[in-house]
Design a protein around this ligand. Structure first.
Ligand SMILES: Cc1cc2nc3c(=O)[nH]c(=O)nc-3n(C[C@H](O)[C@H](O)[C@H](O)COP(=O)(O)OP(=O)(O)OC[C@H]3O[C@@H](n4cnc5c(N)ncnc54)[C@H](O)[C@@H]3O)c2cc1C
Ligand SMILES: NC(=O)c1ccc[n+]([C@@H]2O[C@H](COP(=O)([O-])OP(=O)(O)OC[C@H]3O[C@@H](n4cnc5c(N)ncnc54)[C@H](OP(=O)(O)O)[C@@H]3O)[C@@H](O)[C@H]2O)c1
Length: 464
């Protein structure tokens, strides 16, 4: 019976497992979905914002795949560590599909980035999502002013979480310490800053509009920022014979510009918090005092006519006791697997891992580690299907290889204590019980010890 390993239980891993059991004409196929965490679902559990309950509920769809009779979830199994190299996996499985995501944040590479109070949005998201690797000290929100660098959907998520009232998060599964910090938050101004214009921002319109619908906050936009954007300013009569006409804006960018334009110069509504949406400001330095960040220095930019921007030599400082860089994610190399440092992805051809430019038999990739860190959950479905189509086309060649025994025994022999599906269900029960104790719905357990104790059916004291 062909045995396939899928490394990573985020959307791309689960969609890969689904495609394998649905598309394969091999009746006996067995799929192990391995994850380094004791809990499944990747960024759907540890990235999607807690107040986006509808998207969070996609976990139920992913769950039905992991409960399929031919699929087995094995958490707490990290590949690339404990001697579990890609080479070793090929001795345990006929094929391995790497779906390990892109876990690391990108850096700005400017002075002051290491000051206390300067963090990646990844750290902040991991904290409110109860990721067991989140910074242990958590986030004190004792500052009035926060700068969020970047204007993508992650920036929108963290700005919204900072601007919302804690009461909105009480019915969600945010860990209790994070709820407490949000309740005691002194934050009044959240500055979300893009280096280019609103017509080039990466956020999607639905997510952008949500910022304007928060009862506790108002969006402030400076008309002077917008006037610089060629897509915002009234189009001047184009002189004839001066080069190609400007490309029309994509629908999402046009809608974004319309929404931002609607906010520009709106009167102050006196709400508790303000989200300042700023554009054409490029971060050049984080300023500090006593080792802590106090402000971000930006250089004013202007469109360069090619879709990019150029510096103008004019500077603006924005006060900030907390700075969150939301400038994108980056893949992490997995020991023994090829890695392209430029793109932060594994080189591949239609999902087949390339070693020295040649497809490596039995090794595949899907999701963010294949495409790079862009795209919504659904994007990973088509991506996984492409990879599985390649795998199944190679199938007859893969199945002739000898593999030995049940991989679970090999993981145990390597000193691991894999969390099987009943272990995960025990974690869910423990989170529901923790929520009941705290007078809330299910509340996430935020640490390794608590998760592993819960998986073994022991109630830990963590998460309070
Ligand atoms: C903060 C944030 C919020 C988002 N919100 C939304 C949203 O609201 N709606 C939407 O449609 N999209 C959203 N997205 C995008 C969406 O989450 C991604 O498209 C999707 O999660 C990528 O799937 P993936 O499986 O490639 O990676 P991931 O979801 O990151 O899954 C990778 C999995 O691999 C595991 N892993 C990593 N290394 C190893 C290893 N060595 N061994 C074993 N396991 C390993 C990880 O633990 C993880 O479980 C969001 C993204 C981010 C960053
Ligand atoms: N609700 C949702 O559907 C949801 C929620 C979260 C995430 N996601 C998805 O997850 C993916 C990742 O999102 P993301 O927000 O991390 O990445 P992203 O969409 O790529 O946005 C990154 C932002 O950072 C800016 N940036 C990059 N380098 C910079 C620098 N050196 N200085 C200043 N700004 C810089 C980019 O500006 P430039 O454009 O100028 O480079 C851009 O505004 C996206 O596909 C997103 O849609 C979806």
């Amino acid at each position: 019976m062909p045995r396939i390993a899928v490394v990573g239980s985020g959307p791309s891993g689960v969609y890969t497992a689904q495609a394998l059991v649905q598309q394969s004409s091999v009746p006996g196929i067995l799929v192990d979905v391995l994850d380094r965490l004791p809990a499944p679902y990747g960024l759907v559990r540890y990235g999607v914002a807690p107040d986006h309950e509808k998207i969070k509920s996609l976990q139920n769809t992913l769950r039905s795949v992991l409960e399929h009779e031919r699929v087995r979830f094995l958490g707490n199994v990290e590949i690339g560590a404990h001697g579990l190299t890609p080479e070793r996996l090929l001795g345990l499985y006929h094929a391995v599909v790497y779906c390990v995501g892109a876990a690391r944040d990108r850096r700005l590479g400017i002075p002051g980035e290491e000051l206390a109070g300067s963090h990646s949005a990844t750290d902040f998201v991991s904290w409110y999502s109860a990721h067991p690797d989140a910074v242990p000290a958590g986030f004190g929100l004792g500052t009035r002013s926060v700068v969020v660098i970047g204007v993508g959907n992650v920036a929108v998520d963290v700005a919204r979480v900072l601007a919302r009232g804690a009461e909105d998060f009480r019915p969600t599964d945010v860990p209790h310490p994070a709820l407490g910090a949000l309740a005691g938050s002194a934050v009044r101004d959240v500055h979300m800053v893009g280096r280019r214009g609103p017509s080039q921002a990466k956020f999607t319109t639905k997510e952008l509009r949500e910022l304007g619908a928060l009862p506790s906050a108002e969006v402030r936009v400076e008309p002077a920022d917008l006037a610089l954007d060629p897509a915002y300013a009234p189009a001047p009569a184009a002189p004839t014979g001066t080069g190609p006409p400007a490309r029309p804006l994509a629908a999402v960018n046009r809608r974004n510009v319309e929404v931002v334009r609607g906010w520009a110069g709106a009167p102050d509504q006196g709400r508790a918090r303000r989200i300042h949406l700023r554009f054409f400001l490029r971060p050049v330095e984080l300023l500090g005092a006593g080792g802590r960040v106090t402000a971000v220095r930006f250089e004013r930019t202007a469109p360069d006519g090619q879709g990019g921007v150029r510096g103008t030599g004019a500077y603006e400082d924005i006060e900030a006791g907390l700075v969150l860089r939301a400038v994108g994610y980056r893949g992490v190399p997995l020991a023994g697997l090829p890695f392209d440092e430029t793109t932060g992805t594994v080189p591949h051809l239609a999902g087949r891992v390339l070693r020295h430019g040649v497809a490596s038999p039995g090794e595949y990739v899907a999701g963010w580690i294949k495409r790079g860190p862009t795209g919504v959950i659904g994007t990973n479905r088509a991506c996984a299907k492409e990879t599985v189509a390649s795998l199944l086309a190679d199938g007859p060649g893969l199945a002739v290889r000898e593999i030995t025994g049940d991989p679970l025994d090999a993981f145990r022999a390597a000193g691991l204590r894999p969390v099987e599906w009943p272990g995960w269900l025990a974690i869910e029960d423990a989170e529901a019980a923790l929520g009941a104790e705290l007078g809330r719905r299910s509340v996430k357990i935020p640490d390794w010890e608590g998760l592993l104790a819960a998986a073994r059916g022991k109630r830990g004291q963590s998460g309070r």
